[in-house]
Design a protein around this ligand. Sequence first.
Ligand SMILES: C[S@@+](CC[C@H](N)C(=O)[O-])C[C@H]1O[C@@H](n2cnc3c(N)ncnc32)[C@H](O)[C@@H]1O
Length: 326
Amino acid sequence: MVQTKIQKIERTVKLKIPVFEYGVIWEDPVSGHKVGCLDATKREDVLKLMGKEKSVLAIQDPPYNVEINDEFGSWPLERYIEWSERWIDNCIEVLDKNASLYIWLGADIRNNFQPLPDFMIMMRKKPLEAKNFITLRKQRGYGTQKNWMAVRQELLYYTKGNPVFNVEAEYTDIPKKTRGYYKEVNGKITENFERSKSSTIRAGNVWFDIQQVFYLLEENVEGCFAQKPLKAIERIMVASSKKGDLVADFFSHSGTTLIAAEKLKRRCFTIDISPTYCKITVARLLHYRRTGKTGWGRLKILNNDKNKILVDDETLLGGRTLFDLT
Ligand SMILES: C[S@@+](CC[C@H](N)C(=O)[O-])C[C@H]1O[C@@H](n2cnc3c(N)ncnc32)[C@H](O)[C@@H]1O
């Protein structure tokens, strides 16, 4: 009886959403994740988050210098690159000797394609190998009748040392249809279906099979303007890490990397400079554990200036379940 009561209290404690302010780090007692309200560009903040641990995978999604600054929109490009270099150096310092780094970024077609090419050039000085340049094809985009619609989202892939790459992660659900590509193997002419390892096609470095997040999807966190699709993060995680590995993300926002890590049994150390996004990140994890849902769908979570959470903690956590009553 006493035991049951203690268990109940422990579970209730675990389900409490922490209060964040700059400097607070929440440590997850269940899966060992960490969420810190910290600044990615500050070395001492990143080292405080990581402790003595190193990550084998970092998935970074910084602001793209379009809406980085509330007052002016974008920064002068040099300032943005200097700012980027600070968090990149912090990231490299906490990567394991064999590790992968993925960075989401954009080229602003309304402003001379900044900051993507400048960022890539800055990265040439870093002790990493540039491995690939992936494009995620969105279903909706922005554009006018006088220009090609902008539907791309860029993803840079770098490695340090010799990290794992699990090619299985690359296979989509799309059946292979095109026959042809004859090639001689051991003196016999073979067709590409005979040679291939799978009946579905590989994503390659243009990912067009991933649904962009929008309000009808369960994973949606309504009001998080820059949320990445869970499927894209899961693809990266399966390709470039193993179960139990530590994954870092310095720009958590809606907490997608953390949810992917929880689903795929990796640990995630993540930060966001905004207490609001830190709170959403932890709430999304606890809500997932309680309900099995990866987001809140159509429920409006944030107000328009992105600083105020519109629902109370109990609503964020989702309805109580039998699990809470045991
Ligand atoms: C593009 S969003 C990340 C989106 C995220 N991948 C997702 O799926 O929800 C960028 C985030 O970086 C955060 N941010 C901006 N400057 C930061 C800094 N210096 N340190 C940590 N986080 C920062 C912002 O608050 C914002 O939530």
